[in-house]
Design a binder for this molecule. Sequence first.
Ligand SMILES: Nc1ncnc2c1ncn2[C@@H]1O[C@H](COP(=O)(O)OP(=O)(O)OP(=O)(O)O)[C@@H](O)[C@H]1O
Ligand SMILES: Nc1ccn([C@H]2C[C@H](O)[C@@H](COP(=O)(O)O)O2)c(=O)n1
Length: 252
Amino acid sequence: METGELSTEPQDGMRRQQAIVVAIDGPSGSGKSSVSRMVAQRLGLAFLDTGAMYRAATWWCLEQGVPLTDTEAVAAVVRELPLAVGVDPAGPTVHVGGTDVGEAIRTTAISSAVSAVATNLEVRAELGRLQREAIAAERVPQSFSHGRGIVAEGRDITTVIAPDADVRILLTASEEARLARRAKEVHGSADAEAVQATRDQVLRRDKDDSTVSTFHVAADGVVTVDSSDLDLEQTVQAVLDVVAQVTGRTAL
Ligand SMILES: Nc1ncnc2c1ncn2[C@@H]1O[C@H](COP(=O)(O)OP(=O)(O)OP(=O)(O)O)[C@@H](O)[C@H]1O
Ligand SMILES: Nc1ccn([C@H]2C[C@H](O)[C@@H](COP(=O)(O)O)O2)c(=O)n1
């Protein structure tokens, strides 16, 4: 089969594309969520933000009054997590027990606390199982919830959750670029004070998270896209170029 022929010929005679899985990992502030979501929209794919699942689990533990240092209790609560994740890239959603937590999980309090939950290996096993299920659902033609495949982003998607993904990308950026982006996003400025205030959310979190996942160096077969000197649109284009090269799939 030549590049670009990831397609089948259905009975109705229309050319139908096979589902593809695009896995994107990278450190905090590299642009994974924004870029993956835009790539999914352009390609007509579903979008799974796995970090949002760890954030939702953290929110739920705090709601339940579970100390995040109690790894057994956290794991037990997460095994019963009533989580519903919507994978439409035009409006991804996260609900816990019917409550829309889309905004609540983005607060600084959750950003500061989430690594304690994300480094709990039993939590990783449970959320990893849910992530594999969500990705598999977009591979099966009868159950496509959005389009023809999925873009899933996080820290261990290319290596642990979907090592068999059609496209595997490590999205990186220099520490300086990542701090400046997060400072602008959270404080509206990338001056020295704002950057300093952002270090915990970016560098300390990456240090903690990297004790359980490898997301600074690309694994074998994973393509690195360095966005340090690219703006958002250029980064989206760079990722679309990799997808097109590997699968032949181009924007709708
Ligand atoms: N290439 C880029 N150039 C400039 N700004 C960018 C670029 N990519 C992303 N951004 C901006 O940087 C900020 C962080 O991006 P985003 O949240 O997508 O990163 P992330 O890798 O998902 O981070 P985290 O893992 O911490 O959630 C956002 O405000 C986003 O708009
Ligand atoms: N596959 C993943 C996704 C996320 N995490 C951790 C890393 C972060 O501390 C936290 C929230 O992720 P973010 O929304 O900032 O991308 O979850 C992980 O360990 N594995």
